[in-house]
Ligand binder design. Structure first.
Ligand code: ADP
Ligand code: MG
Length: 322
């Protein structure tokens, strides 16, 4: 593949962001910012570790990789503006397939008004994509995990475990209910940008996006905020036909499945109705799933209430009875 013509073919002809001064084509990109804080993150996706060609056609590889990145920007309360892509391409991948990866990213970029402003293209033995995202947030208003307080409402957007269920369907042919819904949740997840941006007037709110599973994400907020989090099993939002899977799989996927890219947050009770009205306005589901509590012993623990029983929900393991 000719690197020069490849870069030319993925280059945007028009840029959307007015703060961009120089995009693709020089030694580096330039943008200008006067008033807002700049938020940036990077994520790397490697073939056969983070995805396989069996479950992810090239278009979706790009689509999902960029969504995973801007989901982190959403969880900081920010809006994405730019992305840079470093790609390692093995000889077994055709130029067309690589362009499909970029088409997937461009679809997401278009939807969220982002510009591809640079990157690097090299050959290597395994396909690897590393994406850097840059976003903006009003000065001093980034959302941190460390601000949760006793008695805050714990909420989550959407339904949990869908992406993992979709992956299961992609890996195991069978007769499933709502198959295309679950597969799409795996291949084309939605970052909750509009929702988070609608919450700007709330003074204090801890946010985290669900990339590894809610057990992990809730623990991260509890640890950073030095509190405990109490979740209620019956409240966890699930897709209508999620119960087509065994209890064991449902339990595993909803707490540890990950990659749903939903938002987990905590807000003071007095702001909860505002969160609900913003979710209504942007057309998504938001559910109260528990509350923040003072630590029992050392802080940073998540507890799960099932009926009258309360058990610790550990970061990446299964729940154990106390
Ligand atoms: P240099 O040798 O100066 O690093 P390159 O030939 O690597 O320049 O890149 C030329 C231009 O193309 C730069 O603007 C770079 O950011 C851009 N570019 C290279 N690879 C990619 C890519 N995978 N995605 C987006 N832009 C890229
Ligand atoms: Mg270079």
């Amino acid at each position: 593949m000719d690197e020069f013509s490849f870069i030319n073919s993925i280059k945007q002809s028009l840029y959307k962001q007015s703060s961009l001064v120089k995009g693709v084509g020089d030694d580096a990109a330039v943008f200008r910012q006067q008033t807002q804080d700049i938020v940036t993150a990077v994520d790397t996706f490697v073939e056969n570790i983070h995805f396989t060609r069996q479950t992810m056609p090239p278009f979706y590889i790009g689509y999902r990789a960029l969504v995973a990145n801007i989901s982190d920007i959403a969880a900081m309360g920010a809006s994405p503006a730019f992305y840079l892509v470093s790609i390692i391409i093995p000889k077994t991948w055709t130029e067309n397939e690589c362009m499909e990866i970029f088409s997937g990213m461009k679809k997401v970029g278009k939807e969220y008004r982002m510009d591809l402003i640079g990157g690097d293209t090299v050959s290597g033995s395994e396909l690897s994509i590393s994406i850097t995202v840059i976003g903006y947030v009003n000065r001093g208003q980034a959302r941190y995990r460390s601000v949760a307080k006793d008695q805050d409402v714990v909420f989550v957007t959407g339904t949990l475990g869908d992406s993992r269920a979709g992956l299961h369907m992609l890996l195991n042919q069978g007769d499933y209910i709502n198959e295309s819904y679950f597969k799409e949740r795996h291949q084309m997840p939605t970052p909750r940008i509009d929702f988070v941006n609608g919450l700007q007037q709330i003074p204090r709110m801890a946010l985290n996006d669900i990339s590894d599973g809610i057990a992990n994400e809730a623990t991260e907020i509890a640890e950073a905020s030095e509190v405990d989090i109490h979740l209620v099993e019956e409240a966890i939002p699930l897709a209508e036909s999620f119960d087509q899977f065994s209890d064991h799989l449902q339990e595993k996927w909803k707490y540890f499945g990950g990659e749903d890219f939903e938002i987990l947050g905590t807000v003071p009770l007095k702001n909860w109705s505002h969160v609900q009205s913003v979710a209504d306005r942007v057309g998504i589901q938001v559910t109260e799933i528990g509350k923040v509590v003072l630590p029992r012993k050392e802080s940073g623990n998540v507890y799960l209430q099932k009926g009258n029983q309360v058990r610790p929900l550990t970061k990446n393991g299964y729940t154990h009875l106390t």
